[in-house]
Design a protein around this ligand. Sequence first.
Ligand code: ARG
Ligand code: ASP
Length: 717
Amino acid sequence: MKKITAFFLALFLFALPLQADEGMWLPSLLKQLNEKDMQALGMQITAEDIYSLNGGSLKDAIVSFGGFCTASVISSQGLLLTNHHCGYSAIQSHSSLEHNYLEDGFWAGSPAEELPNPGLTATFLVRMEEVTQQVIQGFKRGMTAAERQSIIDQNIDRLLKETPHKAHEEVQIKPFFKGLQYYLLVTVTYRDVRLVGTPPESIGKFGADTDNWEWPRHTGDFSLFRIYAGPDNLPADYSPDNRPYQAPKHLRISLQGIKEGDFTLVFGYPARTNEYLPASGIKHILEVMDPVRVGVRDRSLALIGAAMRSNPIVKLKYASKFARIANGWKKWIGEMQGLKRSQAIAKRTQFELLFLERLQNNPSWQEIYGDLLPRFKVLYADLAPYERSKQYYTEFTGRNVDLLSYAGLFRRLLKIYRESGEKGFLEFKERLQPYLQKQYKNYFAEVDRKVFAALMEMYLNKVPENHLPKGLKEEWTQKQIEELSKKLYENSSFSTWETVEKLFELKPEELKKEIENDPAYLLFSRLAEAYEKQVQPKYQHIKEEIEELERSYLRGLITVFPKKKFYPDANGTLRVTYGQVRGYQPRDGVVYLSKTYLKGVMEKYKPGDYEFDVPKKLRELYRRKRYGRYGEGSRMPVCFLGTNHTTGGNSGSPVLDARGQLIGLNFDRVWEGTMSDIYYDGSICRNIMVDIRYVLFIIDRFAGASRLVEEMDIVAD
Ligand code: ARG
Ligand code: ASP
């Protein structure tokens, strides 16, 4: 009976049309694993055209942008294309009331006007190579996890030293497949990356938080930067003498346009996914982690939002903070809904039955992997209370209440003082001061206090007594929270920049004394100590056991399903994902088409609105409808959907067509499908891209920055 079930399950799982779109593949393994699939989907180029060590492959035009996004090289002069939201903080840092580039956009008229951004980098991958055998060399049976780790560390150290590389290159070794494999990566990082152009927010962030994570979308989410290099075309610190990087490879741009079903390839740097969880692990995210994070942010967003609506200055200053908090909040809500709707837990459980069935037919597998799934269950049950407290703690003290985050930074300053003396103290202070000055510009004590009071109440009610500091609950009774919080903000030096600035004038010893007596510092320290003693160690311990199990489980999956192709979870390394232009059905009776047009921008237009205003020039261009080579006749394409499996970090990734030419720019996913980080469902997971023709239209016709269009390589046919 059981056998028959498994047989049908097997048919069900593997006879389904292959979800060819799932996966974030290693560029160096495409030939082996994916080339055939890709060509069957319509791709006309080869794996070698995408990744090759002989130079000139597409990978040489892709960079990790600042380590948090992706960008691509789109001219021989090192011009970079990325998202507006990836360039956001650089754009914000050049903005002031006199020249507000967020509001008005910015277009450098010549290279001399391109604006430097200290700290911003662009990293190319030179090559990658598997080094698992060298890394685990020396492993013996029966070793403890700690012993194995120490061997790994030694081997990695040695490999890093031994690997031949040029002076300007860097070498790193990273684990893949939960540490079942290791890869060596050689990279080159350019350190002078300048802002070249950006549309106004009313184009680059059109729809803002309301449209974020949603389809239909009408955002021109792009900005342009340029890599600058030293006289030898190699990486150099910023200097006015640096020259535009002479790029050996850049992407060619296609104006041919796209239609439903076309092949799409997204090439970029996805940050983190967790695709091989057992059903109990998915349940943990759905029932423990996400509800806490969403619950805390519900409260804080409601309060910040109300303050923003009642005061235009607060609205301006809290815009970016609100967007950051709301981005995660909305994503996790979508993730929970998507996991439920796609019945991820039930499906993963079915899959596990199949796994168990196969184990039963093979005693040696059964012995190694037979108890994994029940052990996961026990560990996740153990983890749950600690996870809850950890999430409450992180959201309360690190993400939503600025006063506590600032107190945390001062606590770190004191720790550094204790551990590395005055020198370390001064070094950290040197960095802390400008950082905080920037933070306080966008901070209002009264807004922050309200969030603090609400979250303090939540913290005391939701976190179990034995994870809380002793006596805290008695002191901060519900009736007193309002009054006590007012006192706290009145008496703490961290509640205004003026008083913080004074602190920074003090000598180390005096500063130490002031901090130690500050009520916000004292409160934060109590919270932190309770967390560090009563939650963190236990959390860490269980988590490490889970990670160990995850490695065995993944090894088990690979062994038991030898015909299935596995891709490693995202880990901040360069990946290829491929699929097709495709709409979807979000709900019963609703169909989403795969493309949007400028007409839709006008449908959403609300004069003067902070999310849906449309610049006058764009309205005029729409009225005249002369889109020339960028339009589809009298229609101007704006965004499109695809089935590419993407995640955070993929923002700014170029989208290539069947011939490897640039047709779009990835920037988001649809709400119903944000669970793709954990469970990819081909029927509702979609990535959102801007059509390259809209990008060019804005640069050329809206901004009149024709010098930029001229340096690009545009293929018209
Ligand atoms: N949801 C996209 C991503 O995860 C865009 C975020 C930026 N936009 C925003 N309104 N916060 O990064
Ligand atoms: N918007 C995300 C990013 O910034 C992309 C995503 O999560 O789909 O990388």
